[in-house]
Ligand binder design. Structure first.
Ligand code: PLP
Length: 362
């Protein structure tokens, strides 16, 4: 009875993963206990965390000189942790391409105001309503920036930057809504972070992948739990971690490996996105305003030519079993989030519905 769920997050989790978790819920590996009932310091639980990290390293081909942390507080807490760990009285560059990168700089500004360093917006896509990214030739990059921050996929605006920009500073990237969706070269980044609740598992977990040489510059003001060096030393167990979310993330990594890994899922993700964008572009009834080279393969916002039909679209799509298509209030219209666990078949069902809806109402 699982319905096509296009939620932007928390998002759908593969049914096979939830079934396995259900099988193991009351009696995990013959222990007579649930995973969520065992000590995070027990050797059985440590085995889960080690396996999850090893799987993620293998799926993303993470080089040995990167630490992988499984933390809490969501991606939003990293907006604070990044300047506290890395600004180090220097100047940090931020690219603004939508709501999430905008929030990241706002948070960093609070620490800059306290005298921890400076922040600099290199460019903003605001003039285009965040439908495009200003050309890099127009960016005001700082000399010797402590780091360069950007958001690889703006979940609300449906705008993706597929390749990291060529800048000298260590690149810090928010990949909350695109991690594991297609192959990337981790060695191009100083730090990658991502909340779990889209492509990794349940909310409550955040993954930080950080190059070792960036550790050790932390501000004295940084709360211990947000101190990456400390968390790396403690293997992400400075306090009780989000044990069940971490366990489920490991099951999602197993599932992804069974699908053929990131390259294989990346091909399906591209097919799903192509199918949806083609349906939108072939019609005068639907529209997506994002510059073609930046169209997200994970979050596809679209509007109806007649916005008075928005409510009807949502009612009829829900009646057809297609859930959570309402767009974010900042953008309006609809949004289909098509993360890894959304199948090509679900996207086909959505496209069939859209074509039928247009015929009925245009
Ligand atoms: N960054 C991006 C790209 C997101 O999509 C989100 C949430 O949807 C966040 C950051 C904030 O994540 P959290 O709610 O886990 O703090």
């Amino acid at each position: 009875n699982r319905v096509p769920n296009f939620s932007a997050g928390p998002a759908t989790i593969p049914t096979a993963v939830l079934s396995r978790a259900q099988d193991e819920l009351l009696d995990w590996q013959g222990s007579g206990m649930s995973v969520m009932e065992v000590s995070h310091r027990s050797k059985e639980y440590i085995a889960i965390t080690e396996k999850a990290e090893a799987k993620l390293r293998s799926l993303m081909d993470i080089p040995d000189n990167y630490k992988v942390l499984f933390l809490q507080g969501g991606a939003s807490l990293q907006f604070s942790a990044i300047p506290l760990n890395l600004l180090n009285s220097g100047r940090a560059d931020y690219l603004t391409t939508g709501a999430w990168s905008g929030k990241a700089i706002k948070e960093a500004d609070r620490y800059a105001k306290l005298g921890l360093g400076e922040t600099n917006v290199v460019a903003t896509g605001k003039e285009s309503n965040f439908t495009d990214v200003p050309d890099q030739s127009e960016w005001q990059l700082s000399e010797n920036a402590a780091y360069f921050h950007y958001c690889a996929n703006e979940t609300i605006h449906g705008l993706q930057i597929f390749e990291p920009p060529a800048v000298d500073a260590p690149i810090i990237v928010d990949m909350s809504s695109c991690i594991l969706s297609q192959p990337i070269d981790v060695s191009k980044f100083g730090m990658i972070y991502a909340g779990a609740q889209k492509n990794i598992g349940p909310a409550g977990l955040i993954i930080v992948i950080i190059r070792e040489d960036l550790l050790g510059q932390v501000s004295e003001w940084c709360p211990l739990l947000m101190n990456y060096e400390h968390q790396a030393e403690k293997e992400s167990m400075s306090n009780t971690p989000a044990t069940y979310s971490w366990y489920l993330a490991g099951l999602v990594f197993d599932w992804l490996e069974e699908q053929g890994g990131v390259a294989a899922i990346g091909k399906i993700n591209q097919q799903k996105a192509d199918l949806l964008y083609k349906t939108i572009d072939d019609s005068d009834f639907y529209n997506n305003p994002v510059a073609i080279k930046h169209r997200s393969i994970m979050n596809v916002p679209f509007t109806l030519a007649d916005s008075s039909l928005d409510k009807v679209f949502l009612e009829e799509s829900a009646a057809a079993g297609l859930m959570n298509l309402k767009g974010h209030r900042d953008v309006g219209g609809m949004r289909a989030s098509i993360y890894n666990a959304v199948s090509l078949d679900w996207v086909q069902q959505l496209v069939d519905f859209m074509i039928a809806f247009e015929k009925k109402h245009a």
